[in-house]
Design a protein around this ligand. Structure first.
Ligand SMILES: [Zn+2]
Length: 206
């Protein structure tokens, strides 16, 4: 299996309705969440939908170094889909590796790449890398000049996203670049129809 980063030329987005089971992130402020709910009722896709397990993985990753205040980072795996002629991103999993991190910077450890590729192999589906996440412990969600440079150096598609998590203020935000400038993207957390452990054929003994 080889790692693929979706390029701008590659326009084979699957036409599919966005996930039916989705809701605003619990860390969003009430008003933002309400606006998002209105948008989600319109049958137009948001920019991104993050699987609830993937969201928990990156949130817990960020929270795990909350006290030490070091940054964490990882890659977003998923696919680009299209609905009503609008591209949207589905994040199905995340992968990370050993990091070389301080409180204000983070990069993949040079020895960590092999481990990252192993982790990517474990993802178990035909993924593409659709973006990255990293944390800003205690200093809010935005893209710094360095983040913009990192992003534009690796992710060439205008659909590629950067998720930033502040585990001390319990904030999360998604960004993408438009003409070199970072803009926030709307996203929701989704779950699969059969994710409910009691939704299947569980029999109750008489
Ligand atoms: Zn940053």
């Amino acid at each position: 299996m080889s790692v693929k980063i979706v390029s701008e030329e590659k326009r084979d987005a699957k036409v599919m309705k966005p996930p039916a089971n989705a809701r605003p992130h619990l860390w969003f402020r009430d008003m933002d969440a309400e606006l998002l709910r209105i948008r989600m009722a319109e049958d137009m896709p948001l920019a991104m939908y993050i699987n609830k397990h993937a969201e928990a993985k990156m949130r817990n990753h960020a929270l795990s170094t909350r006290d030490g205040k070091t940054e964490v980072m990882g890659l977003l795996l998923g696919e680009i889909r299209r609905w009503r002629d609008v591209d949207y991103i589905l994040v199905r999993d995340v992968a990370t590796t050993d990091l070389d991190a301080t409180s204000v910077s983070v990069k993949f450890d040079s020895a960590g790449f092999e481990k990252l590729f192993e982790n990517l192999d474990l993802a178990g589906f035909d993924y593409v890398i659709v973006g990255w996440y990293h944390s800003h412990p205690g200093y809010g969600c935005f893209l710094s000049d360095t983040d913009v440079k990192t992003h534009s150096g690796i992710f060439v598609s205008p659909n590629h996203v950067a998720v930033v998590i502040d585990p001390q203020h319990f904030e999360i935000a998604g960004f993408r670049l438009r003409s070199g400038k970072a803009g926030k993207v709307d996203f929701a957390v989704y779950w699969d129809e059969y994710d409910d452990p009691y939704g299947g054929l569980m029999r109750v003994k008489a």
